[in-house]
Design a protein. Sequence first.
Length: 292
Amino acid sequence: MRDFSTDHRWLSINTATVRFSRSQALPLNAILEACAAHEIRAISPWRDQVAAMGVTPAARQIRALGLELSGYCRGGMFTATDTAGLRAADDDNRRAVDEAHELGAPCVVLVVGGLPGALAGKAAHKDIGLSRQQVTDGLGRMLDYARSANMPLAIEPLHPMYAADRACVNTMEHALDLCDALDPERTGALGVACDVYHVWWDPKLEAQIRRAGRERLLAFHVCDWLTPTRDLLNDRGMMGDGVIDIPRIRSWVEAQGFAGYSEAEIFSSENWWKRDTDEILDTCIARHRSAV
Ligand code: ZN
């Protein structure tokens, strides 16, 4: 396992972690400059932040600052109530692949969607089996396009508490079943994003990481699970402040040959987003060295 204690060369910052500074929205160009100033080598930007800046200007600044990407957040949301909705998701996912290509991302991270309408507050139906079928079908269509663009897709299984509104794929096992179904040859076109926040509790985690192997481990996301957790979405902890044994999970991922970035992804409306960007980044660097 790599020694992270002496430097932060393998730290990537998911731009959601510094989406706000002192509760004020921070534009992507300022995030990029702050990361470069802290000698952070990689980022994983979100599409809305890229869209606000413009894809081409963002790509230009990323290159000018010598930053790499550890992923692109995010595609997916495959579920819908009708054909028009499914088609709109397909179109949006093709755009995500194109943007990822222009930005130089190694993969598009996918949050697959749950029951349609649930995210807006009212689910259109209760048939999670139907949602899962739409995910399989939509993912297959996106994969065809992504293959032609040479852009790998990383399914991110989300914690089961998000099954209704964000993702009905909730375990590494389920995500890898989709990989087996859609890319049985293990070409590297389809894999998983292992986010410790979502999967740390899973008794099958170590075995499923082994099953994924090098070809299917496309991203590694870190933060921590706080007790108590006060908000289901925006109360993620800084690495080391919660109950996840992050080094143990990293050792499992690296035992498979994963040698990429460890991406800090912390949504924290009541704590970190209230602080100054420099403090957030300094703490990410310190915790990357001591708790990851
Ligand atoms: Zn993640």
